[in-house]
Ligand binder design. Structure first.
Ligand code: OAD
Length: 236
């Protein structure tokens, strides 16, 4: 796997990388979508129907994320970015900030972040307080239409142009802790393959269609990711 020349590595992460930090995944047994109706809490239509319910959901997730600590998998990716002679980009579907708290800097949050607030009326953005209140006015325009800066179902993920550009140049694409159920993130592996990148999946158990990845490492992220980072850095 390790090349003699610096490689460009694009890493896609999902809820599985934060599971061992105590944050719930979505589709595993007891996952968030087994307990909540995603159409009520993660769509613009659900927000229009009941903004207070949506804020309660994300306030609880923000509190969990603030109390959580990065685990060994987040730290290993930050170490890879620091020590790899080429470029490492982490594209995360996660809305927690555990990658940045572990030290990742070249990072794109394609589904937004719990740390951000957005006005649905004027698009003003500002840092979210720990608790957002549906009735609070936007600090920009004063409208009581504030929402978490999270990409909901039916909305377009952030940074898609930058992600496409990075995949076009990638030599290695690694998918960590994601079920591959949600597009467009689930299609990034195909884009990387089409551009000629090698592909690797790290997950508790191999997900998805056999053969979609060149290689699969099965195991908990907190062990499997540091082991893989050790291996790839050893070859530098
Ligand atoms: P999912 O809950 O769909 O998938 C979590 C994946 O993590 C599964 O494939 C598990 O096998 C794996 N996993 C669980 N624990 C793990 C561990 N300790 N180590 C390694 N892997 C582990 O979560 P995502 O794929 O992130 O979007 O979900 C994608 C999107 O769907 C989310 O960003 C969110 C959700 O609806 C929005 O809310 C827009």
């Amino acid at each position: 796997m390790p090349g003699l020349k610096p490689e460009r590595i694009v890493i896609l992460t999902g809820a599985g990388i934060s599971a061992e930090s105590g944050l719930g995944t979505f589709r595993d047994k007891d996952g968030l979508w087994t307990r909540y109706d995603l159409t009520e809490v993660a769509t613009p239509e659900g927000f229009a129907r009941n903004p207070a319910l949506v804020h309660d959901f994300y306030n609880a997730r923000r509190a969990n994320a603030l109390d959580a600590r990065p685990n060994a998998a987040h730290s290993a990716l930050a170490r890879l970015e620091a020590d790899w002679p080429g470029e490492v980009l982490v594209v995360t579907q996660n809305v927690d900030d555990l990658h940045e708290r572990a030290g990742s800097r070249n990072l794109l949050h394609m589904h937004g972040a719990l740390s951000g607030a957005l006005c649905a009326a004027c698009d003003h953005r500002w840092p979210a307080p720990r608790e957002m209140d549906a009735d609070a006015p936007c600090p920009g325009c004063g409208a009581p239409r504030i929402r978490p800066d999270i990409v909901w179902f039916g909305e377009i993920p952030y940074h898609m142009d930058a992600i496409a550009e990075a995949l076009f140049q990638a030599d290695l694409f690694v998918s960590i802790g994601t079920s591959g159920e949600v597009y467009p993130a689930a299609g990034l592996v195909q884009e990387a393959r089409a551009a000629g990148a090698e592909t690797l999946e790290i997950n508790l158990e191999p997900s998805r269609v056999p053969g979609i990845f060149d290689r699969v490492i099965a195991g908990p992220a907190s062990a499997a990711v540091p082991d893989w980072v050790d291996d790839i850095l050893t070859g530098c």
